[in-house]
Design a protein. Structure first.
Lengths: 342, 1234
């Protein structure tokens, strides 16, 4: 039967009131509904185990291959009882000679780190006490926001460049190495990140009024060298995440044989005594894993082991207490009155 | 459209005196009452006019009794009388008990005060004076009436910001974050940079503000459109177009057909000589039938421009069913005006060429504006429970902060001597050389500890998830979108979409334990169908033989136009034959019977074009050339009767003010309407006095059997009376609504006596209603029984199946109806609420003592059956059937507890003859005593109180107007949609929302714990390795989208499974998806994951060159990956959107971290590039993820396999048997079609 025009129109308009059917609006989009079947559970645990154990073993091996020599010198290098007084006295000779025996051959480059303990470079007051604009832009020399209490010099209030506690407390122990009486060259180039040198520290920003105050916090800077080339400062100013940290001091490019004895002359200037911090010199080779650290390898092996164990545990559980998936008899209302299946 | 509502008045015959004077055969009574309240009057209002008071206050008094109370269905809408709000007074069946309705008690002060106020005079100080045709005087100070412009906008450009912010900060959580932002601004406490600290709050406020602004802009636009529409206003003697906004009170307006009223105006005259105007109030109350309004005869004759006078009317109020005023023309006596004399803004004039009126309420004073209020706001149970966990998180937050500040104090105490020289502390201010003790940023130990505490609150603030609140809102909007779009909840017949009116309680739909349902219009269609007639003792119910559209269907030619009643009714051929060709008493009785049906009503016949008919209702392509005769009226029962009369050859074709034209088998006959006693709930019947063409005067009465048998002369034809009673009984057992028809021929004396009394009563100033009622009662005596009718109120599609499903789902369905007990029980059976194996406990008491006794018996019975019920196999299902009278006694005393005890032991509760407030009382009975969620569903004004009382209120957008819908939280077209709404959407919504809340707690806690562990390694100084921008973006960008997407789109089970196993609704009722146990589990998981996330990198990087930023980036990425994988592990349905959201979030995080580390000025410049270049970083990322997820994965694998929930098994079943999918689909379609 043909419909009059008005009627089919009205039908059309009526139809438009009805929600348009689509897979989306009806929440019927094609979807994947994964289930944790025994196969998947066992498979997942086994897979993790199978992957993790080798990775763990490999990183353990890599870590074991790294030769790391740590020499804590803060106590031995100060003979006086009043350690703070000793270190604060600018006139005394603070040279200190340490001898380190190399147990295994070390392949160059050998990284030289200094390691500080209990030095909270992540202390809130400390991390905030810097001004990144001032470090980068020549014109921003007087931008000293956040730099208190090391913002301006005591005399006249001229802005300090680089300002702030971080720069002020720049580490200033120095090491000179000799192997078998022969001085070993320490390469102090490229110890800082290139990104920092290029983009973060200005090549036309020079230190001024630095360490001119009553209390000297640490190293002084050569005012002739722009900040972008003051690599020790750049390394120092990338503040450490944790209270015990290492910072790269330099590299020895040559190899060192086993049982060689390295003599280090340390200028023990940096004051960690006033707050009970420790200082250590670290020599280490590197690999893909970074420094010597067994933790990651052990962790991987342990996790892999646990996963394999869990896989086995689940296998046993599935065997002793099997359940047919999707059996309606397990539905609670079917269990209550088994005679009346719904 | 209920019978008990005041019927539209007969077109006032006094006007025939002037307009149609000298009509033949008209001894026109001079003064008939003013048009009595129009159908729109539903609420008796405090301000209603005196003349309408009689009716409406009566109904208020005895709302449960109706037009045909004793008929099966008739009572159904009794509840829905005017009185829905104020009546708690119960009426005892007078004719049965023989006592006056005095048993009712006024239990609320309102009904008493209402009576008082409806009788009060309009005092000058409460009144507004409107001078007709004199807007200047009307609006002169001190009146200061508003103009007709409307402003629905909340804000202006200037007030938007302060006002919107003020509104938003009503949320306590926002205040908390605001305080933290303020704290952060204190220099000593500045943990975050100002920008970073403001961002999250600003984001949340901004999103809401944009939404509000957009909505307000739309309102502004529609206001502007509305204000600039034109109306024709009388200026200097001519009607000129004027903008709506410029219309002022006192001005005279002219409105033509199909025009919308610009303001509330009192009718002065209309194109109809009798002053009738038909209006459609669909914009006001959603009812599409036409209502009649009248111009006062006093104002009719005067041309509008010559009219002068003052209208004294009540102050603007929001009662759209009440209006109280007097008009004083030229200082003559005041004429009273009532609700039938005013047409309200938003109404449309129909079937009336023009109407002239004077504006009385304008702009914001109009009733429609005063009534425009938003949907009710409720809080979902989940959100209420959530507060408990939020408080626990606050306690955890406090503990974390206390620990940090305590340790910080200890650390400072330890190092107090060295603080000045520790390079990383810098207590001494070196810049000041004069003062060796000068300190930088140091306020003493106590202050430092206090500062540390406040700083840690700022740092750990996201422990209270700010994004959760806005996420929940977004998710609810999304869920609502899918509910509205669901084709399974679209009502094809009425073209009604599902509506979400309240956006706060989507998830409550998944926890419903009790459904309280209205009956008529909710379980049934409320589309009445004439089924059978008992005429003069003979039953004519055999309509099987007929059926076709033409069969027994009168088609009348009038001026060459073929008119055909819109609805066909099946007829009994025997009865048709009797009417056509029969002779003798039986045939005469039958003819009077149908004449009564055709005349004793207030139906207005309207001829409509077929095209219009096709658009409005069922298209019938066969009738293109004919016009359809549509019967407009407010009572579906009356409509059904008139259509039936038409089918049997008595077609009502015209109703004017003074006469009715009925086409009797092709010949048009004119009947003069001499008087009409409209229905009231005391008499429970209505009658008309008709002057027939043969000059005889007849009284036709129809009414409820209980009231009719009292006034029927039983001495004649007692066998007819007996057999009619038998038929009535069998009709009501079939679930039909019954009416008894009677008539009497009036002698000239009787008529004149009546006429005088009628005239006197209708002009009485005091107690007019009572007097009219007495007049009616006096004349309605000694009737001859003509017969009875049975009208079928069909069950809606799929109601029995839906009830079955709901019961299987563990939802108790209670039916609360105004019907009488037999009707309620028979409907109970037909919708499978009651089954044959149920033991019925009936409490049906006439007195307080018997009520207590039946309660005690019932308790004894319940206890007896419960003692058997140790074995569920032997349990006998119980059904409680209780009536309104008993409920009066119960609610009156402290037996509520007993009733509750009985009710919860029963499987089904059926309350009959209950008044609207009792419905709410029953809902409250459950709400007060249990923590179970309640849902009320209904369609009429009588359900409003119940809908508002229940936790979730659902309105059926049906025939009964829109009050129920307006009061509801959700509105839909059919009862059966409850099944997909609760079992499917409710289940999903609850499950998703519960998971989302838990997940948000977990996600933010994990992040906070990672921050916390690090703080322990920074000298307790609240340094964060994670950049502040990452911590700000964490809950906004890094992890917000997936949880929202999952909460909108994830489905734990398919629609099919949920409908196949309604028991799966149980977890929501038992709160299995959100409880303290789950919260603790997920918090333990959160601590574990934060430990893995923090300590594995910590141990790996201890004593290394790692810088703060690099480690921070690693932590950022690993915590984001962890929480997203956690979410991914719990996602059940993976579609492409989920994939994009989850993996996209991880990618987005990576991108953000890279961007942040590419800004040279940031301390962490380039860190991510450096750290990503090391193998250790990747190794750590992998191991952190795996270690973090192992417990969750193992626990999930274990519990899903060894202690599976029903939902888990159902999931497995679904993926196991793919072949089974067709079967439930069939089931579903039976639900939707049956």
């Amino acid at each position: 039967m043909s419909l009059p025009a008005s009627e089919s129109d009205s039908l059309a308009s009526r139809r438009s009131k009805k929600p348009k059917y689509s897979k989306f609006t009806q929440q019927e989009l094609p979807a994947c509904k994964p289930l944790l079947t025994p196969g998947i559970v066992i498979g997942a645990f086994s897979l993790i185990g199978v992957i993790f154990v080798p990775i763990g073993l490999a990183s353990l091996a890599a870590s074991q291959n790294i030769v790391e020599l740590i020499d804590r010198y803060d106590a031995e290098c100060v003979s006086a009882n009043d350690k703070v007084g000793f270190i604060q006295d600018t006139k005394t000779d603070k040279a200190c000679t340490r001898k380190i025996t190399v147990p295994k051959p070390m392949k160059g480059p050998i990284h030289i780190y200094y390691q500080l303990e209990n030095f909270y470079q992540n202390h809130r007051r400390y991390v905030k006490s810097r001004n990144d604009k001032q470090l980068l832009y020549k014109d921003a020399a007087s931008t000293i926001t956040n730099c208190e209490p090391e913002a301006t010099s005591e005399d006249g209030g001229a802005p300090i460049v680089p300002c702030g506690l971080i720069a002020w407390s720049l580490f200033n122990d120095t090491y000179s190495f000799s192997l078998n009486k022969k001085a070993v060259e320490v390469n102090k180039k490229n110890i800082a990140w290139d990104s920092d040198k290029n983009k973060k520290f200005g090549s036309d920003v020079f230190p001024s009024n630095f360490q001119k105050g009553g209390l000297i916090g640490g190293a002084k800077l050569n005012e002739k060298i722009p900040l972008s080339e003051q690599e020790d400062l750049i390394v120092w100013m990338r503040t450490a995440a944790l209270p015990t940290f290492r910072k790269l001091y330099g590299r020895i490019e040559s190899d060192i044989m086993a049982s060689d004895e390295i003599t280090v002359v340390i200028q023990n200037n940096y004051n960690t005594y006033s707050f009970g911090g420790t200082k250590a010199l670290v020599l280490s080779t590197t690999s893909w894993i970074g420094g010597r650290n067994n933790f990651i390898g052990v962790a991987y092996v342990a996790i892999g082991g646990i996963c394999l164990f869990l896989a086995m545990g689940f296998v046993i559980l599935y065997v002793i207490k099997p359940r047919a998936l999707g059996d309606p008899n397990y539905l609670s209302w079917n269990k209550e009155n088994p005679d009346h299946p719904n | 459209m209920r019978p008990e509502r005041p019927l539209p008045p007969p077109p006032p015959s006094q006007q025939t005196e002037e307009a149609a004077a000298g009509a033949p055969g008209m001894d026109a009574p001079t003064k008939l009452p003013d048009p009595v309240p129009s159908p729109i009057l539903r609420h008796s209002s405090a301000n209603s006019m005196r003349r309408s008071r009689s009716l409406r206050s009566l109904m208020a008094d005895s709302p449960s009794v109706t037009f045909a109370t004793n008929n099966l269905r008739s009572g159904s809408k009794a509840e829905s009388t005017a009185s829905s709000l104020e009546s708690f007074r119960f009426h005892r069946d007078r004719s049965a008990s023989g006592t006056p309705a005095g048993l009712g008690r006024v239990s609320t002060r309102r009904s008493a005060s209402e009576r008082a106020s409806s009788q009060r005079d309009l005092h000058d100080e409460d009144a507004r004076f409107v001078y007709i045709n004199d807007a200047e005087r009307t609006n002169a100070p001190p009146a200061g009436l508003p103009d007709n412009s409307i402003h629905t906008t909340k804000y202006t450009v200037l007030t938007f910001l302060p006002r919107n912010l003020y509104e938003q900060f009503h949320r306590v959580a926002y205040l908390y974050f605001l305080v933290l932002v303020a704290l952060n601004m204190v220099p000593q406490l500045g943990v975050l940079s100002p920008a970073a600290s403001v961002l999250p709050l600003a984001f949340v406020l901004g999103v809401t503000a944009v939404k509000d602004a957009y909505e307000d802009w739309r309102r502004h636009r529609s206001d502007k459109n509305e204000n600039n529409r034109t109306a024709s206003v009388l200026v200097g003697g001519v009607f000129v177009p004027k903008c709506w906004k410029e219309v002022q009170a006192g001005e005279v307006l002219r409105v033509v057909a199909n025009e919308t009223l610009p303001c509330d105006m009192v009718l002065l005259s209309t194109s109809d000589p009798t002053g009738v105007a038909y209006v459609q109030t669909i914009n006001l109350d959603g009812e599409s039938n036409l209502k009649t309004r009248y111009a006062k005869q006093e104002t009719m004759p005067t041309p509008a421009e010559a009219l002068a006078g003052v209208i004294k009317c009540e102050r603007p109020n929001r009662n759209i069913y009440g209006f109280l005023a007097t008009v004083d023309l030229d200082g003559r006596r005041a004429v009273s005006l009532g609700p039938s004399n005013i047409v309200l803004r938003g109404c449309e004039i129909k079937n009336t060429a023009w109407a002239i009126g004077v504006a009385v309420y304008t702009g914001r004073d109009t009733k429609v504006m005063l009534n425009s209020s938003g949907a009710p706001s409720k809080r979902s149970r989940l959100e209420t429970h959530m507060n408990r966990e939020v408080i626990m998180l606050a306690v955890v937050l406090f503990l974390l902060c206390a620990i940090v500040s305590l340790l910080a104090g200890i650390w400072l105490g330890h190092h107090s001597d060295e603080l000045g020289v520790i390079p990383f502390f810098g207590k001494r201010d070196f810049s000041d050389k004069d003062d060796p003790d000068a300190t930088y940023n140091w306020y003493g130990m106590g202050a430092e500890v206090a500062f540390t505490f406040m700083k840690s609150v700022i740092t750990f603030q996201v422990m209270i998830p700010i994004a959760l609140y806005i996420s929940m809102e977004i998710v609810r909007v999304g869920q609502a979108f899918f509910m509205v779009q669901d084709k399974h909840m679209f009502d094809d017949k009425r073209q009604a979409k599902f509506q979400c009116r309240a956006l706060n309680i989507n998830e409550d739909l998944g926890q419903i334990k009790y459904v309280f349902s209205d009956k008529t219009g909710t379980l049934t269609e409320n589309r009445m169908e004439f089924r059978c007639a008992s005429v003069h003792g003979a039953d004519f119910s055999d309509t099987a033989g007929s059926g076709g559209a033409d069969d027994g269907h009168s088609v009348i030619g009038e001026d060459g136009v073929v008119l055909r009643p819109k609805t066909a009714v099946k007829t009994d051929p025997k009865l048709v034959a009797l009417l056509k060709d029969g002779a003798g008493a039986n045939a005469d009785r039958a003819r009077d019977f149908f004449l009564t049906l055709a005349t004793c009503n207030t139906i207005v016949p309207i001829a409509v074009d077929d095209a219009a008919a096709a658009a409005a209702a069922d298209p019938d392509p066969a009738a293109v050339t004919a016009r359809l005769l549509e019967y407009q009226g407010e009572s579906p029962d009356e409509q059904a009767l008139v259509y039936a009369a038409a089918a049997y050859g008595y077609t009502l074709v015209e109703r004017t003010s003074g006469h009715i034209t009925v086409d009797v088998f092709g010949s048009r006959q004119r009947y003069d309407v001499l008087g009409l006693h409209e229905f009231d709930s005391d008499r429970k019947r209505m009658s008309v006095i008709i002057g027939c063409p043969d000059k005889s005067v007849k009284l036709f009465v129809k009414g409820a059997d209980s009231s009719m048998f009292g006034v029927i002369d039983k001495t004649v034809n007692s066998d007819v009376v007996q057999s009619t009673e038998k038929h009535l009984h069998s009709y009501s057992s079939l679930g039909l609504r019954t009416l008894v028809i009677g008539m009497r021929e009036l002698s000239q004396e009787e008529f004149q006596e009546w006429q005088m009394a009628y005239e006197k009563a209708s002009t009485a100033l005091l107690g007019r209603g009572n007097q009219l009622r007495n007049v009616a009662a006096n004349i309605e005596t000694n009737l001859h029984l003509l017969g009875a009718t049975g009208i079928d109120d069909k069950l809606q599609d799929g109601v029995p199946e839906a009830i079955e499903k709901l019961r299987e789902a563990g939802i108790k369905v209670w039916v609360l109806t105004g019907d009488k007990q037999e009707t309620a029980i028979s409907i109970g059976y037909s919708c499978k609420l009651l089954t044959r194996d149920m033991t019925q406990i009936v409490i049906n008491s006439r007195s307080r003592d018997s009520c207590r006794k039946s309660l005690e018996d019932a308790i004894a019975m319940v206890n007896k059956y419960q003692s058997f019920s140790t074995d569920p196999q032997l349990r006998v299902p119980l059904a409680l059937i209780i009536d309104g009278n008993s409920l009066v006694y119960i609610f009156d005393t402290d037996w509520e507890e007993k009733l509750f005890e009985i009710a919860i032991a029963c499987d089904v509760v059926l309350c009959c003859r209950v008044a609207p407030l009792q419905k709410a009382g029953i809902v409250d009975l459950i709400k007060k005593r249990t923590s179970d969620m309640t849902l009320a569903i209904g369609d009429g004004a009588n359900d409003v109180s119940m809908i508002q009382m229940a936790d979730v209120g659902i309105g059926i957008s049906g025939q009964e107007g829109r009050q129920a819908v307006m009061a509801s939280d959700f509105a839909m077209g059919q009862f059966r949609f409850l099944v997909p709404l609760l079992l499917v959407h409710g289940h999903w919504n609850y499950q998703r929302m519960a998971y989302m809340i838990l997940y948000n707690f977990y996600r933010n806690a994990t992040f906070v714990f990672v921050l916390f562990w690090y703080v322990l390694y920074t000298g307790f100084t609240l340094t964060t390795a994670i950049t502040e921008w990452s911590s700000v973006l964490y809950s906004v960008i890094y992890t917000a989208v997936p949880t929202i997407v999952v909460a909108i789109l994830d489905k734990d089970l398919s629609r099919r499974t949920l409908l196949k196993y309604p028991q799966l609704y149980g977890p929501g009722q038992r709160e299995e998806n959100y409880n303290l146990r789950l919260f603790i589990f997920i918090m333990i998981d959160s601590v574990w994951q934060s430990l893995a996330c923090f300590f594995i990198p910590y141990l790996a990087y201890r004593k290394s060159v790692i810088d703060g930023s690099s480690l921070g980036d690693l932590w950022t990425l690993s915590v984001v990956i962890l929480v997203n994988i956690h979410l991914a592990m719990d996602v059940i349905r993976w579609n492409w959107i989920t994939h994009v959201a989850i993996w996209g979030s991880i990618a987005a995080t990576w991108i953000c971290v890279v961007i942040i580390d590419s800004i040279p000025i940031m301390p962490g410049f380039w860190a991510i590039y450096k750290v990503m270049g090391t193998g250790l970083f990747w190794a750590l990322l992998l191991v952190v993820t795996v270690v973090g997820m192992i417990p969750h994965f193992a626990a999930k694998a274990f519990s899903e396999y060894f202690i599976p929930s029903d939902i888990q098994i159902a999931r497995e079943m679904k993926s196991q048997d793919f072949h089974d999918v067709t079967r439930p689909e069939v089931q579903m379609s039976t639900v939707s079609r049956a």
